[in-house]
Design a protein around this ligand. Structure first.
Ligand SMILES: Nc1ncnc2c1ncn2[C@@H]1O[C@H](COP(=O)(O)OP(=O)(O)OP(=O)(O)O)[C@@H](O)[C@H]1O
Length: 256
């Protein structure tokens, strides 16, 4: 469904991505792991058209999407939930959800079916629907932004660190929901620092370091791999852990 080939992205002189290659097949949950500053969010931003690559290609369902505007890419069915739970604070939960159909892919008439789909996965949002966005807890806000993305009926859902800053019990709930979306057949590209839990729900994983994919494989194999365990899963894998590999300094032009 999605193919990323030799992707290069720069922020001025900083080479944020160099030669990233990855694939996502229909119905898969694929996780992109890596430490701070590795290039995970940059990869998602390039896929959704927010950043123009300086090299390589990105194809979605066989068509190159490089150079297309973000609105056009969203209309094709790639829905990006950025890091940071961007709930619209002054709107109710219901109105936040309705906004999910305003990306040109769906229209007002699709709202009832969208709400039904969202409330089936997030019954809690049904109870919260008159509440204002700002009054929700962090976990509820995360459910709301995923729910809003679901309103657009995505073909590919890209989630950027949905577990960030949440209490462990809520983190488990977020991963349970991702597992449910997977079972329902949704294709998900999941950026996470919570490597253990991400690999538990994913089919496959890629580890990025300083803008390059350094490890990739089936999620089960990555969970069982000794090198992966010591470098990325930490000693507390059974209790859930973060990507812990040391990230060397990033190359800047002239310094590499
Ligand atoms: N707007 C920007 N301007 C300049 N450099 C940037 C910008 N955004 C990111 N970078 C740099 O690009 C590199 C990759 O950043 P990116 O945000 O993709 O990492 P990440 O893997 O998502 O990290 P994190 O988990 O901390 O969010 C980093 O070196 C970062 O400092």
């Amino acid at each position: 469904m999605l193919s990323v080939r030799d992707l290069d992205v720069r922020y001025g002189e900083i080479r944020a991505l160099r030669g990233v290659c990855m694939e996502v097949a229909q119905g898969e949950v694929v996780t992109l792991l890596g430490g701070n500053g590795a290039g995970k969010s940059t990869t998602l931003r390039a896929i959704s058209g927010l950043l123009a690559p300086t090299g390589g290609d990105i194809t979605f369902e066989g068509e190159s999407i490089v150079g297309r505007r973000p609105e056009e890419i969203a209309r094709m069915g790639i829905v990006h939930v950025p890091e940071g739970r961007q709930v619209i604070p002054g709107l109710s939960v219901l109105d936040n959800l309705r906004m999910g159909t305003s990306n040109g892919r769906m229209s007002r008439k699709d709202v009832p079916a969208g709400l039904e789909r969202v409330f089936a996965v997030f019954p809690r949002l049904y109870d919260l629907r008159p509440r204002l966005g700002w009054s929700l807890s962090g976990g509820e806000q995360q459910m709301l932004v995923i729910g809003r993305a679901m309103m657009a009926n995505p073909r590919l859902l890209m989630l950027d660190e949905p577990s960030l800053g949440l209490a462990p019990i809520v983190v488990r709930e977020v991963f349970r929901i991702i597992g449910e979306l997977h079972e329902a057949g949704l294709t998900v590209l999941l950026v996470e620092q919570n490597a253990y839990q991400a690999l538990t729900v994913a089919d496959r994983g890629y580890v990025v370091e300083t803008g390059t994919v350094v490890v990739s494989g089936d999620a089960r194999d990555l969970l069982d791999d000794d090198q992966m365990r010591s470098a990325y899963l930490g000693r507390t894998a059974a209790g859930g852990s973060s990507v812990t590999a040391a990230v060397p300094p990033r190359d800047v032009d002239g310094a590499s």
